[in-house]
Design a protein around this ligand. Structure first.
Ligand SMILES: Cc1cc2nc3c(=O)[nH]c(=O)nc-3n(C[C@H](O)[C@H](O)[C@H](O)COP(=O)(O)OP(=O)(O)OC[C@H]3O[C@@H](n4cnc5c(N)ncnc54)[C@H](O)[C@@H]3O)c2cc1C
Length: 628
């Protein structure tokens, strides 16, 4: 059954982090879009930790924002604590992280979505993707029997597909705590020839903050002068106005208590068969794998401004509830703790991501896009950036416009999607800085300089965003010129240089030649050099703009080298491989190489080179074949 109001350009299935970004992007790019989700009250729900960003994930949120997405704006609006991680390391490692107010996050995200006139909402459970004989998706069928039609469908079903929740020996169907599982989509896609797999993730118990003895924990404050996630945010609450997190530790008694439940643990008794996130193990997994360690760090994190509920980061578990309780109460500071929600693990279906193209569209069915946890990733940020790219590409496809694919040298988003498509994943994939070979270029501080022009060209970056970006870009250019032209004189700098234990100047040199010394930083130099400070502040007093110049000068050598390598790589990306290529006809390919190329069907030589199992000689064979 279909009704007159059931025809859309784009339908997004699921209102999680991927779905929200997908729907916002498609709708803002002019597509009449429907967001259909099982429970509209749970749009933007943070299923696990109420926190955004962190190492490499913070960079993803900055990139989403730079392109015109919404996650960064909402994070700034709803953070209760903001920290820049890794400040002691080089700028490529700096990563913003925010502790969010869980309920406010969902509310503000929904406000962002409802402000988009071309975005419509429906609470319903999608049970089938409608696919015609030509293998094109044309809509969805819902549990209420509605046929909703669209030119493109984006599935962002998260942990819901045939979700199975485990707590000790108990297990039951569910998409996450308090919500039911989604049935039908997996089965209908398998029927179309898709390959599905099963993954697992877990979450810790939530406790009543009033029952914790904070004297036994270490307080962790937010930053004094926090850095926003969104390039549209001017100011965040200072340290005094933010909430604290708390650090505690497990000890051998806690470990012994946890071990009493191992025989009833679904992790160890075979009830859970699928693979979980290696880098985010459960507490039982940690004490089992690292048996020699007598303590593990825990972070007690607030869930919001107006609740005493707290999240115990580091204590993810699916042990029986009674064991969770006893183990919790043996942690120093938690002797009287009251548990509000037990921890649990969940198993769910995903679709190994070699089945999608780099524009997020599936290879088997056209006009069908996958984004988020369904592609085997874990994390809100990983999901949100895929949603954004799926929304962009679905909207562009139906307008007959070229796909937007970010390269590995342009964005972490490019790295993530390229990894998924070429390498696939058999365990929940999360982003790390080490995954990005050009990470010195992909810093959180320059996400707008890398991506906002693209956001503008595709119609996502608003006037306000674009004006801010162009002003920032021109300020940075003007500042760069000021610094390049400025001569630093011995009489101005030598006292500082001697204090910092670095060789004094014998004659004036240009500013860029001095700032490369590791002992020096921009602010010390401006402090001693009144003339330079005056010239700089006449152009801009923006901390982020001045710091941008500092990074550009300090790391100029590395940045230049990285640009050259990226340039080299991009030449390979320009060599396209026709989609109809029959690899079985290329006899000189190794059999593993042929198999992998057949499976992934790379679109470029560069992409082919990143597929594990495709050797350098396979690549050479392929290039010769293509030339002929
Ligand atoms: C128990 C648990 C533990 C986790 N632990 C971690 C962790 O340690 N670290 C980490 O980074 N991430 C963790 N996550 C993952 C994090 O929650 C997800 O990565 C992220 O939310 C994925 O975003 P998504 O948009 O893909 O899916 P989700 O946020 O799960 O959203 C999916 C949406 O789709 C809707 N939906 C599903 N099926 C249908 C259907 N058939 N019809 C209509 N609507 C549908 C749902 O209602 C929901 O709104 C955990 C998640 C859970 C549940």
């Amino acid at each position: 059954m279909s009704s007159p109001i059931s025809r859309y350009n784009v339908i997004v299935v699921g209102g999680g982090h991927a779905g929200s970004e997908a729907a916002a992007a498609a709708a803002r790019m002019g597509a009449r879009t429907l967001l259909v989700s099982m429970n509209l009250n749970a749009i933007g729900q943070m299923s696990c930790n109420p926190a955004m960003g962190g190492v490499a994930k913070g960079q993803l949120v900055r990139e989403i924002d730079a392109l015109g997405g919404i996650s960064g704006i909402v994070t700034d609006q709803t953070g209760v604590q903001f920290r820049m991680l890794n400040r002691s390391k080089g700028p490529a490692m700096w990563s913003p992280r925010a502790q969010s107010d869980r309920m406010l996050y969902a509310q503000k995200l929904r406000e962002q979505l409802e402000a988009i006139p071309t975005l419509h909402f429906r609470q319903d459970n999608v049970t089938q993707i409608l696919i015609n004989d030509k293998k094109e998706a044309y809509g969805v069928l819902t549990q209420t029997g509605q046929e909703l039609l669209a030119n493109a469908v984006i599935v962002t079903s998260g942990t819901f597909l045939n979700g199975l929740i485990h707590i000790g020996e108990k297990n039951y169907g569910g998409g996450r705590s308090g919500e039911r599982a989604s049935k039908g989509i997996t089965e209908c896609l398998i029927e179309q020839g898709f390959e599905a797999g099963r993954l697992k993730t877990g979450t810790p118990p939530r406790v009543d903050g009033r029952s914790v003895n904070y004297d036994k924990l270490e307080e962790q404050f937010g930053d004094d002068d926090p850095s926003p996630f969104s390039f549209l945010t001017d100011k965040l609450p200072g340290k005094e106005e933010q909430l604290s997190c708390w650090i505690g530790y497990t000890d051998p008694d806690v470990h012994d208590m946890l071990r009493t439940g191992f025989d009833r643990s679904p992790m160890f008794n075979g009830a859970i068969k699928s693979t979980g996130p290696r880098y985010c193990p459960s507490i039982e997994d940690k004490i089992n794998r690292f048996a020699d360690r007598d303590r593990h760090q825990l972070f007690l994190e607030p869930e919001g401004w107006n609740t005493y509920e707290m999240y115990l980061n580091g204590f993810s578990t699916s042990l029986p509830e009674d064991v969770q309780y006893k183990a919790l109460r043996s942690i120093a500071g938690f002797e009287e703790v009251i548990m509000i929600r037990p921890g649990y693990a969940i198993e769910y279906d995903y679709f190994p991501p070699h089945q999608i193209h780099r524009n997020m569209e599936t290879k088997l069915v056209s006009n069908l896009f996958f984004a988020g946890q369904i592609n085997g990733t874990t994390g809100y940020e990983e999901a949100a950036c895929q949603g954004l790219m799926a929304g962009i590409n679905a909207a562009r496809k139906i307008k007959g416009e070229d796909e937007v694919v970010l390269s590995r040298a342009q964005a972490y988003i490019g790295v993530l999607i390229d990894d998924l498509v070429n390498k696939g994943t058999e365990e929940p994939y999360r982003m790390f800085t080490s995954r990005a070979e050009h990470r010195i270029l992909l810093r959180q501080d320059n996400a707008d300089l890398r991506l906002t022009q693209i956001g503008r060209d595709i119609g996502l970056a608003t006037d306000e965003r674009y004006n801010r970006y162009t002003k920032r870009r021109s300020d940075i250019d003007d500042l760069t010129k000021v610094f390049q032209d400025h001569s630093v004189r011995p009489e101005v700098y030598n006292a500082l240089l001697e204090k910092l234990d670095t060789t004094p100047l014998k004659q004036p040199i240009k500013f860029p030649n001095l700032i490369t010394r590791p002992q020096l930083n921009m602010w010390d130099m401006l402090e001693v050099d009144a003339e330079l400070k005056e010239k700089v502040f006449a152009v801009s007093s923006s901390k982020t703009e001045i710091e941008q110049c500092e990074i550009q000068f300090k790391y100029a050598g590395y940045i230049q080298k990285e640009f050259e390598m990226a340039e080299e790589m991009s030449k390979k990306e320009d060599m396209r491989i026709p989609t109809y290529l029959q690899y079985d006809r290329i006899h000189s390919l190794s059999s593993e190489g042929r198999l992998k190329l057949e499976k992934v069907r790379p679109e470029t030589i560069g992409q082919a080179g990143r597929i594990s199992g495709v050797s350098a000689s396979d690549l050479a064979v392929l290039m010769v074949y293509l030339k002929n």
